[in-house]
Design a protein around this ligand. Structure first.
Ligand SMILES: [Zn+2]
Length: 126
């Protein structure tokens, strides 16, 4: 695991830079499952009940660029932030949500990568 992908280091950094240290959720890697084939992939999630961000362990792969992991973490942090501050938008990708998301410096790079590499993510078993 490269340091630049380390969500445990990134989380407090992002919390400070983007959220004025207002987020108090937990962050963890999800468990790896051995499913033969995936139809869709969930890169990350935010669980309101446990106040926990979970990042897909398939992103712990040297072929995944660091900015993708950072983007996924940031995306979930925006969910946590909306949950904390704005109930109307909390679980949707609303206009508001998207404009915050797009303020992430590596947003464009990450969404371009995602468009190109969907197949790679789906077949990635490692
Ligand atoms: Zn989302």
């Amino acid at each position: 695991m490269r340091l630049e992908n380390d969500i445990f280091t990134l989380f407090p950094k992002f919390n400070e830079i983007f959220f004025e240290n207002n987020l108090d959720c937990l962050v963890k890697w999800g468990r790896k499952y051995n499913k033969p084939r995936k139809r869709c992939i969930r890169l990350g999630s935010f669980n309101v009940r446990t106040n926990t961000i979970t990042i897909n362990p398939d992103l712990q792969n040297d072929k995944i660029p660091g900015y993708l992991v950072r983007y996924v973490l940031f995306h979930e942090m925006v969910h946590a932030w909306f949950h904390k501050t704005n109930h109307k938008d909390k679980l949707y990708h609303s206009k508001n949500f998207k404009s915050v998301e797009q303020s992430f410096p590596e947003y464009r790079k990450a969404s371009r990568w995602l468009k190109k590499n969907k197949k790679f993510l789906l077949s990635n078993k490692d």
